[in-house]
Design a protein around this ligand. Structure first.
Ligand code: URA
Length: 436
């Protein structure tokens, strides 16, 4: 078999066999197929796409390219969740303890933020003492005791994705539905949970800019997961504006804690509990209505907050932050951006807000950058709110920055004020639980 012939086949739109796809993935991991041939094949996929069968074969070959997580030591049905990436997305910090409090088990491997998008691992590492690199035995033990645990992505899981993603990143081949599907689903399948909830973001701050594209990606992933024998649902949710009012790391942990302390009637709280309910339905805990009611009770009774405290304690962190969020890192400096005219807030551009948070030290330009756990921003207004000159729009926080002018200019431009109240779109756009 020659990589050249397989590139030509895909370029002509002829489907590859399972053996041919496995040959490409094996050659990718071993280094036998050079980067220029892999890149050419990735570009051919971008133009010709892959059939559902090829997408499944690619996903399985990638899943099998490295270690797999053994979850057999967990004493119940396991549920995992994946978000395609966003700004202010702290839903994992809320839904994992809620699902745990309702009898599900959430063994979760998460990523770090890069560019304008945040990562759950960076948020959790802002909790004093919290470790996301715990040994396997401690991970399983934490899931059994707390009902949830979150660790950083291991390099040994799906090495093919590590290689292919790095190539896609520099060859303009990231936004191909079968490639995104295989990248995400290979990691989810290697993780091995029984049920998978996929949160596909749509809008200006997301990979999938239109709802139609997001639905196609959701369908491809649900189809692949079901063919692989998993229970899976996808939800399409808005990422035109940041989720919730905090963007950063410690500041987002504090917002998640406030939801678990009872502030669940916010759009963030409602979306997080709805996602938790979908996970519980897949775990066999009842209908969507019953699971939503259980999720709400888990917050109101304090049980979900207790699960978060337990998880933090088991992973070496200070559980008292769940009662005293002021013990989370606090920024030395702050600056409040105010409205300069009257009108309605017409937009909060999520990508720009993510970039502003990154400039303040909450995110990374490059993978090796060091974060300021206290940096970030807090929104004081929502889209559609009336404002007058002087109304506080957002407060920016940083320890290492004293001149806030660049970030403030970015935030001001990202929060335009207009004369007409904009029409608000729902956060949750669609639920996909069958392939087509
Ligand atoms: N997230 C991933 O893990 N892979 C992709 O290809 C896109 C988003």
């Amino acid at each position: 078999m020659r990589a050249y012939d397989l590139i030509m086949k895909t370029r002509r739109g002829e489907p590859l066999t399972g053996a041919e796809i496995r040959f490409l993935v094996a050659g990718c991991v071993s280094g036998d197929i050079p980067d220029y041939q892999l890149s050419a094949w990735l570009m051919a996929v971008c133009f010709q796409s892959l059939t559902p069968e090829e997408t499944l074969e690619l996903t399985m070959a990638m899943r099998d390219s490295g270690d797999k997580m053994d979850l057999s030591g967990i004493r119940g049905v396991t549920a995992d969740k994946h978000s395609t990436g966003g700004v202010g997305d702290k839903t994992t910090l809320i839904l994992a303890p809620v699902v745990a409090a309702c009898g599900g088990y959430v063994p979760k491997m998460s990523g770090r933020g890069l560019g304008h998008t945040g990562g759950t691992i960076d948020k959790l590492e802002s909790i004093p003492g919290f470790s996301t690199a715990i040994p396997y035995g401690q991970f399983i033990d934490t899931v059994n005791r707390a009902g949830c645990a979150v660790v950083a992505q291991s390099g040994h899981l799906v090495p093919a994705d590590k290689k292919l993603y790095a190539l896609r990143d520099v060859t303009a081949t990231v936004d191909s539905i079968p490639l995104i599907c295989a990248s995400i689903m290979s990691k989810k399948l290697a993780m091995g949970a029984d049920c998978i909830l996929l949160d596909v973001k749509t809008g200006s701050g997301a990979f999938m800019k239109t709802e139609q594209e997001a639905v196609k990606l959701g369908q491809a992933m649900v189809r692949t997961a079901k063919l692989a024998g998993k229970r899976c649902r996808a939800v399409v949710t808005d990422m035109d504006m940041p989720l919730g009012s905090a963007v950063g790391n410690a500041i987002e942990v504090a917002e998640a804690i406030s939801v678990l302390q009872g502030e669940r009637h916010t759009p963030l709280g409602q979306l997080s509990l709805t996602l938790a309910a979908h996970m519980l339905v897949m775990c066999g805990k009842g209908s969507l209505e019953e699971c939503l009611a259980a999720a709400e009770r888990a917050v109101d009774s304090g049980e979900a907050l207790d699960r978060l405290a337990r998880m933090i304690g088991c992973q070496g962190g200070d559980p008292s932050v769940t009662e005293h969020p002021e013990r989370l890192p606090q920024a030395a400096n702050s600056f409040t951006v105010r409205a300069d005219r009257s009108g309605y807030l017409t937009r909060i551009a999520s990508e720009e807000m993510g970039l502003a948070a990154m400039e303040l030290g909450a995110g990374r330009r490059r993978a090796e950058d060091v974060l300021d756990p206290a940096a970030g921003l807090k929104l004081h207004c929502a889209v559609g709110d009336p404002v007058t000159p002087g109304t506080a729009l957002a407060t920016l926080y940083a320890s290492g920055v004293t001149d806030f002018s660049a970030a403030a200019a970015r935030v001001t431009a990202a929060m335009p004020i207009g004369e007409e109240r904009p029409v608000l779109q729902p956060l949750l756009r669609q639920v996909i639980d069958t392939a087509e």
